[in-house]
Structures are given as C-alpha cells and as structure tokens.
Design a protein around this ligand. Sequence first.
Ligand code: CDP
Ligand code: CDP
Length: 225
Amino acid sequence: KDNRIQIAIDGPASSGKSTIAKLLADKYHLVYVDTGAMYRTLTYLALKNNINIDNERDLTALLKEIKITFKRKQDGQDVFANGENITDKIRQHNVTNNVSIVSSFPKVREELVRRQQALAEKSDVVMDGRDIGTVVLPNADVKIFLIASVEERAERRYLENQQKGIETDFARLKEEIVARDEYDSNRKESPLKQAEDAICVDTTGLSISEVVNKCMELINKKIKN
Ligand code: CDP
Ligand code: CDP
C-alpha cells in the first residue's frame, strides 16, 4: 500500500455499514465503495437475464460484460450497470435473497475483488462489505467491524422499508437476515469474519451520530498522527 487512505468496514446485514461509510466519506473526503452493491448488481442482472445463479461459469461470463459505476448524489450514491441506473432495483427482495449464493463463487469474488482493489489504488476510500478487512484491503489504515443485535438490525430494516412504503413481515425479515448472515459466515471463500486487527463496534442502542462519532475517534487516533 502506498500513501492512499483506506478505511475498511465489515459486518453482518443491516448493521449500518453503508449509512456510516457514507457519512465517513463526507467527513474525510473519501470515495465510498459499496462492495455489496457490486454483488447485488451481478445478482440482479443474472436474474433478469435468466442466467442460472448456480452456474459459476455463466455468472463470471456475465460479470465480464458489466461495467459497474458509482455516482455521488446529495443523499447517498447511485449505482449504474453499463450506464443504467439500477440503484433501487438491486435492493429488491429477490435480489437480497439470492445475492449470498452468487457471492459464494470464487471466480465471481476474484473478479470483483480485483475491481475493488483497483478503485482503492486510484482514490482514498472507505469501503464496506464482508471481506474488506480480511481480503480486499488487508493493509487498511483502520478496520471497523460493525455489529448490532439481530432484533435491532431487523427493526432498522423494517423501519427503512416502512419509510419507503414497502410492506414487510417482521418475523420473516428477521429470519432472512439470520439466514443470510449464516450463509455469508459459513462459506468457504472469504467468509464474513472480523479481521484480527479490526475494532468491533457494537451499535446496539446507538444512534447514527453516536456510531459516526465513535468511528471518527478510532480513525483520528490511527490516521491523524
Ligand atoms: O446492505 P446489506 O447488509 O443487506 O447487504 P450488502 O452489503 O448489500 O451485501 C449483500 C450481500 O453481498 C451479502 O449478504 C453478501 O452475500 C455479499 N457480499 C459479499 O459477499 N462480500 C462483500 N464484500 C459484500 C457483500
Ligand atoms: O449497509 P448495512 O446493511 O450494514 O446497513 P444500512 O444499509 O446502512 O442500514 C442500516 C439501517 O439502520 C438504516 O436504515 C439506518 O438509518 C439505520 N441505523 C443505522 O444505520 N445505524 C444506527 N446506529 C441506527 C440506525
């Protein structure tokens, strides 16, 4: 690693990674790289094109055809696949429930990790995902592992859906979060895991600004001197 700034944020589903990463990106003038959105984009396009999501070779071939780009906007970030804005489409329920399978394939990960590392070579970044501190940016300046109780994470997602006008069954939402975490944690290839040198921040009961402040304390300690 040269003199680029790298902040890695990992953790289970709905622990607040992207919310916190975006705010940290603003505070420190970093580029926010949402790696989950990259796995979601491939999943969305595979489903849309009727490509078998159990076939590693077909998925990898499709991925080679997809250029994924991010664009900052006032309140977050848009995601584009070959120029098409797919920001909302990749959050759909069927994408969420299939993304863990797609992201379990070594060849898919190899290609996306390569792209993620290329982004981190070009800019100072805050990157969030599951394997950022362990695999993508092993030499990151700061590694944060965000957690919260399952109950609270499900409540956060539930509220978010409510605000978007999406009706959800709370019990089912919670089950799906647990199932995805389990799948992500138990896969062979780059599982969801706290890096040895990561700092765990338990956000249960904390507000967004409390979490941001905690993270900034950790970052300032590591980067400013
Ligand atoms: O926002 P949420 O926590 O629901 O998920 P996400 O960050 O958008 O990631 C969606 C899925 O992509 C995860 O459940 C993982 O299966 C996969 N993923 C991964 O394997 N590695 C990453 N670095 C990021 C996401
Ligand atoms: O990226 P990840 O799936 O880890 O989480 P997210 O997409 O940032 O979603 C977290 C949700 O919980 C958002 O609706 C946030 O507004 C909310 N939230 C949070 O992120 N952090 C807190 N301390 C409290 C609530």
